[in-house]
Write a protein that binds this ligand. Structure first.
Ligand SMILES: [Zn+2]
Length: 184
């Protein structure tokens, strides 16, 4: 399975049939896509939050210098997400140059270019970026609105910060959008 690239390079295997050329994605193999890890630049905090909600290990360090972001991306084998062309020119990086300023467009771009999925949604804390634990009963009662406690039957809790997660309506809409982006 070779490295693929777009815009003047080799098209990813799932495009064809006259699909529009995706944006720059260099050096990402399909094998790596299964366990994709990301690092987001300081303009993409909201995207980082959503990627964590989708279950993807995503670092976000708004005060880090460009050199530090690039160093961590290389050292930890993370795909750099950025809106800054200059940052993508650093050597040895795998990156996606994010096109849209809007979160919906950003997620749709990643769904299209990297085959982002919602299969592992709600497995990671959006704030701490660590894996959630199943939770229920008294563990969650104090931390969610009474209506939610009565109507939801699946909860997960962050072992670090204690936040409790459940599938709200806003979440369902976003998952639907991602699925639309995957299967237009
Ligand atoms: Zn947390």
């Amino acid at each position: 399975m070779g490295v693929w690239a777009c815009r003047g390079g080799v098209a990813p295997p799932w495009t064809g049939r006259g699909d529009p050329a995706p944006t720059l994605v260099f050096g990402v193999t399909r094998d790596i896509m299964k366990g994709m890890k990301f690092i987001a630049d300081n303009m993409l905090g909201r995207l980082a939050t959503w990627l964590r909600l989708l279950g993807y290990d995503t670092l976000y360090m708004p005060r880090a210098e460009d050199a530090e972001l690039a160093r961590i991306a290389r050292a930890e084998d993370r795909i750099l997400l950025t809106r800054d062309v200059e940052l993508t020119r650093r050597r040895g990086l795998r990156f996606v140059l994010i096109e849209s300023e809007m979160i919906e467009g950003q997620l749709q771009q990643l769904a299209r270019d990297l085959r982002l999925t919602a299969q592992l949604a709600f497995s990671r804390c959006a704030v701490c970026n660590i894996v959630l634990e199943e939770a229920g009963g008294e563990q969650v009662r104090e931390r969610v609105p009474p209506y939610v406690f009565q109507t939801q039957n699946q909860f997960r809790r962050c072992p670090r910060c204690g936040r409790v997660y459940w599938r709200g309506t806003h979440w369902a809409r976003m998952v639907a959008q991602i699925q639309d982006a995957l299967e237009p």
